[in-house]
Design a protein around this ligand. Sequence first.
Ligand SMILES: C[S@@+](CC[C@H](N)C(=O)[O-])C[C@H]1O[C@@H](n2cnc3c(N)ncnc32)[C@H](O)[C@@H]1O
Length: 199
Amino acid sequence: MGGLTGDVMTLWISRTTELLHRFLELFVREGDCVADCTLGKGYDTAFLAARIGLQGYLYGFDIQASAVRNAEERLVRLGFPPERHLLVQDTHERIDRYINRPVRLFVYNLGYLPEGDRSIVTRTDSTVNSIRTALPLLEKGGLISLVLYPGHPEGAREALAVKNFLALLSATSHRVMHWQYLNTKNDAPEIMVVQRVDG
Ligand SMILES: C[S@@+](CC[C@H](N)C(=O)[O-])C[C@H]1O[C@@H](n2cnc3c(N)ncnc32)[C@H](O)[C@@H]1O
């Protein structure tokens, strides 16, 4: 019980992405097939690779060549086997062209790279299309996790559109959760998590 209390307290003082990682640590197992749909600097990729281990399989997507390179370099440093991953420079709208096995977890960290070109940003329509494409690729019990940043105009549109889209999923086929700090600033990052629960 003491350990649990400590974990919960640590969660509340963490950044949003760390909070999500702590949650996902409880979910991802060794040997899982996972997909990082926004590679960026490769932090999420490295987190996922460490969790799924050498028997897992990892897909990764980003429209920027530098993002694919960043993620690849992290995987090499971790010793993650080349035959256990596929990183692709392409939009996450086309994930179904590459993914040929059920996925236990899709991760989206949306928006732009803080130190990068801020004009290269995820867009409302392609994000919703990508989530729509990911849903049938989920294995039963699998999750889609999203971090959304409503603090910039496209991010605000994107967060609202994703929330509206997910809110309409049938509760018999999917569970959908939404977390956001309420008393920090009114455009704090949002976490949305979808779990497939149907057969
Ligand atoms: C916030 S960053 C991701 C951070 C990353 N997960 C990490 O751990 O460093 C968002 C990324 O989404 C990428 N992106 C934008 N539009 C995309 C699209 N349509 N398909 C795939 N990636 C896209 C950007 O190039 C950028 O690298």
